[in-house]
Design a protein around this ligand. Structure first.
Ligand code: ARG
Ligand code: ZN
Length: 883
């Protein structure tokens, strides 16, 4: 792997040789500069002579002038650290070619040519895990967004579509299985070697290319599509993992059926392959007909995977499969349009998971992720619109904003149109743009035309960053209730002033005095101030607002604690019920941590929370999955978001104090709940999953109040566990308690699962996210554990992402937590820039943290910025965070 050299981060060849002191910053690329490519690439032939240490690639590229682009006498083929072995044009030497940085620029005089390019790769030296790399003795690829240019010289941009034919050959003993996109058209043997040829009939951009070669076995199955075509399905894994593939395969078949029924989308090849690899930067990748997955999102059995893991697998399998239409059949014109495929596909996977399990619980989980990851992004130095205007490194824009807020924006269109009209909109989108590289604008227009909506002003959601804030004032006159909504979109980097957005809010009015059940209506805000009058509002009216989280906004309103408690117990919208409970807790903790709360109001607030939670623990109309949601306290990250300047230690302490208070006041209820849940035998249905969820939550509350007693409960839960959900829940509780049981159980867990990397990842993560007072020392020691390595992204995340998300460790008053993350970024950056850069945002929050810690965080960012060599990825994130 040839890392990007900082002397020429923008690939300028003159710079590379000059003895420069300060490297030029990598170039900023702008959406407004988009130009169609001057050439078309109708057919691409790739020949791979495979080897782990050395792979030879012969690319035969047909090029012809693009009649709708500006005429050019050269063609620019992107490269990234490639070794060029030979280059021919129409079978002869090229008329002229130059290197521009890592790109190859070739002079072309005619209207169509054939280029033959040979490159030499070193897969086992590729630690960036982009392009062709070795993982566990197998070869695989990751090309999105710009990895194909690490395989061969090519116009590596999503609007250049080509039909691919791939031939690969290699030692049969090492690589018995040879896979690529599309269908296998031929194969054969040559002595020790064998070869296979694959042809993908669907033109695609280079980022969807994939190749896999290795010693793999498959779980096979088949699916008959709605028009009666049989599709061969396979999930490829290492031999020992085969027993853990059933859930992935069942999820795939459910996803295929669901997409036919819900969006009318049918699969379009004769086979669909999924491959699990253990070294992977992200969750998974939707390469045409050959999805490559992180093992984390494929492998599961009850002994080694939690209920959360099972749900994650179903969601990601769905997500990648759905990309076949929203991403592959219709792809993106340029990377600024990333949310076109990601936002839409996240919405599709969310709706799929809602339909497969508990819809309200799934919705609550999705909102929780949005608010704890995307809201902080939107209010920090890295804020960007779901369709960014510029970037230096596109890998930095695979964000919660592009993915999750992108999904929320499309969900709002669906809410305004209703599901049937929305479906007419998506039908029109698929029909209009099939086979094209489209834009977000194309999507919005299609929904507008197909669903019959006016989305003129709504489009601001694509261009304005920041989470809108809505202030509600209500005034009563006689029977009328007058509501005034004021909206404001806060300034974000590069966007000082904002225009009012279209904000659909589902509302309902409850009568606390009994009376009519509430009817839901949709209020659509579209100006800085919107007034709504409700006639005949009951005396004790309580307004339930933003039900189902119909808009990704923050709501500020004065609402009486009694009203919140009422909604927490009686709202018929499960999300609104959850929200009322959260608001009740947030209100208290923010006041308590802000030091603005008197002793009396502390007691009152705590009592109200105790009472509401007490009712939730025993409410037999609730199923346990939903009960578990209502039992969750808001995260420290979310609480910190509520304050302009936050002291993480104070918030954390107050949150723990409340947990202990609840654990003590409701101790008997928690123990009873734990006991009831523990009696439910293992099964994968909602009732048993719910029981496991409330069981470990009850345990956590007990641990906060009475660690000695809870240690025994946890010990017992650990010993009796016949599944990972229970065992992990018990170990997490134990891990936060300083006791001999803790050490014994951690050792037991390690010994039990030491052959299984995904479970050992949990072992690292549980310790790194623990409440134990010595967590910083523990993480330092774990970094020296023989099983720790910077080479495997899952392992790095399991130790350090867990730690960076642990307020009690990361925000340690000494600043050690910050130093550890900065050290990690510096050590990881040369090996795996993409993964290293993902740790920067945690330090980038400094402006919203109390001054002492803020200073230390900023100093660590500066120390990274001052490093002599930085990847483009980390450079961009660090400079924006300091900026
Ligand atoms: N398209 C993939 C997905 O969301 C993500 C791959 C991104 N990979 C990367 N290296 N940036 O399903
Ligand atoms: Zn995706």
């Amino acid at each position: 792997d040839i890392a990007r050299t900082p002397a020429s981060p923008d690939g300028n060849p003159e710079m590379a040789d000059a003895p420069v002191q300060t490297p030029a910053p990598p170039a900023e690329i702008f959406r407004k500069d988009y130009k169609p490519f001057a050439w078309r690439m109708p057919n691409t032939f790739l020949d791979f002579q495979l080897g782990l240490d050395e792979t030879l690639v012969t690319a035969t590229l047909e090029v012809e002038r693009n009649p709708v682009a500006e005429v050019s006498r050269t063609i620019r083929l992107n490269g990234d650290g490639l070794e060029l072995v030979s280059l021919h044009c129409d079978g002869a030497d090229c008329e002229g070619h130059t290197m521009d940085g890592d790109d190859l620029v070739i002079s072309l005089s005619g209207d169509s040519h054939t280029l033959t390019i040979v490159t030499r790769l070193a897969p086992s030296a590729n630690s960036q895990l982009m392009g062709l790399y070795a993982s566990n003795g197998m070869l695989c690829t990751q090309c999105e967004a710009e990895g194909f240019r690490r395989i061969t010289f090519f116009p590596d941009r999503p609007d250049v579509l080509s039909t691919y034919t791939v031939r690969m050959s290699g030692p049969k003993a090492l690589f018995p299985i040879l896979l690529s996109n599309g269908n296998r058209t031929d194969s054969g043997e040559e002595g020790e070697n064998h070869w296979a040829e694959w042809h993908d009939p669907w033109p695609k951009p280079s980022y969807l290319f994939a190749l896999v070669a290795g010693d793999l076995v498959a779980r096979v199955d088949s699916f008959t599509t709605m028009s009666g075509r049989k599709v061969d399905l396979a999930v490829w894994v290492r031999d020992e993992d085969l027993p853990r593939t059933e859930h992935a395969m069942e999820s795939l078949k459910r996803a295929m059926t669901w997409d036919e029924e819900t969006f009318g989308r049918e699969y379009d090849l004769d086979c669909f392959n999924i491959v699990a690899v253990s070294d992977f930067n992200m969750g998974a990748m939707e390469n045409k007909g050959l999805n490559v997955f992180n093992t984390k999102y494929v492998l599961a059995d009850p002994e080694t995977a939690t209920d959360g893991d099972y749900d994650g697998i179903e969601g990601v399998i769905g997500h990648e499969y759905f990309h076949n239409w929203s991403g592959n059949r219709i792809t993106c014109r340029d990377w600024f349009q990333l949310s076109l495929k990601e936002g839409f596909t996240v919405l599709r996977d969310q709706l799929f998971s809602q339909d497969m399990g508990s819809a309200p619980v799934k919705r609550i989980e999705d909102v929780r992720v949005l608010r704890s990851v995307q809201f902080p992004e939107d209010s920090g130095p890295l804020a960007h619109p779901i369709r960014p205007d510029s970037f230096r490194e596109i890998s930095n824009f695979y964000t919660a904003t592009v993915y999750n807020k992108g999904a929320e924006v499309i969900r709002m269109m669906r809410t305004m149109a209703g599901p049937e009209r929305f479906r007419k909109g998506t039908d029109l989108y698929f029909e209009r743009h099939d086979g094209e590289a489209a834009t977000c604008e194309d999507f919005v227009s299609a929904i507008e035309d197909g669903a019959g909506l006016d989305l003129k002003q709504f489009r601001l959601w694509y261009s304005q960053a920041g989470t809108p804030r809505i202030k509600l004032d209500s005034e009563r006159s006689g029977d009328k209730l007058e509501l005034t909504f004021r909206q404001e979109v806060p300034p974000t980097p590069g966007q000082d002033t904002k225009q009012p957005m279209v904000i659909p809010l589902k509302t309902a009015l409850f009568d606390r005095g009994g009376g009519e059940p509430a009817k839901e209506s949709l209020v659509v805000l579209d100006s800085a101030e919107t007034k709504v009058t409700i006639e005949d509002a009951p005396e004790n009216a309580v307004l339930s607002l933003n039900r189902g989280f119909s808009a990704p906004v923050r709501i500020e309103r004065d609402i009486a604690r009694e009203d919140l408690a009422f909604l927490a117990m009686h709202d018929d919208d499960p999300f609104a019920r959850y929200e009322a409970m959260q608001d009740l807790v947030v209100g208290h903790l923010v006041e308590a941590a802000g030091g603005t709360q008197g002793d009396n109001s502390r007691t009152e607030a705590e009592d109200a929370i105790v009472q509401a939670l007490g009712a939730i623990l025993t409410d037999d109309r609730l199923d346990d999955l939903m009960r578990g949601e209502l039992m969750l306290l808001p995260s420290v990250t979310y609480l910190m978001e509520q304050l302009l300047i936050a002291d993480p230690a104070l918030i954390h302490a107050e949150r723990e104090a409340l947990k202990a208070k609840l654990g003590a006041s409701l101790g008997d209820s928690f123990k009873a709940l734990h006991e009831r849940a523990a009696a439910v035998p293992f099964a994968m249905d909602a009732a048993a999953k719910g029981a496991r969820k409330v069981k470990s939550l009850a345990l956590a509350y007990c641990a906060a109040a009475d660690p000695v007693r809870a240690s025994q409960m946890a010990d017992e839960q650990y010993d009796r566990a016949d599944n990972m959900t229970d065992r992990q829940g018990a170990l997490m509780a134990l891990c936060g308690i300083d006791s001999p049981e803790r050490t014994a159980r951690l050792l037991d867990f390690y010994e039990r699962y030491k052959g299984n990397p995904l479970v050992i990842d949990k072992w690292f993560a549980i310790q790194a996210s623990s409440l134990h007072p010595q967590v910083v020392e523990h993480v330092k020691a774990l970094a020296d554990h023989p099983d720790f390595t910077l080479k495997n992204p899952n392992r790095v995340r399991s130790l350090y992402m867990a730690f960076a998300g642990n307020p009690h460790g990361f925000h340690a008053a000494s600043g050690e937590g910050y130093r550890m993350i900065a050290d990690l970024i510096l050590a990881l950056d040369p090996l795996n820039a993409q993964t290293a850069a993902r740790f920067v945002p945690s330090l980038g929050r400094w402006r919203r943290i109390e001054p002492k810690r803020a200073g230390m965080m900023q100093a660590e960012l500066q120390r990274i910025a001052d490093a002599p060599k930085l990847s483009r990825d980390t450079y961009e994130q660090v400079t924006r965070s300091l900026g």
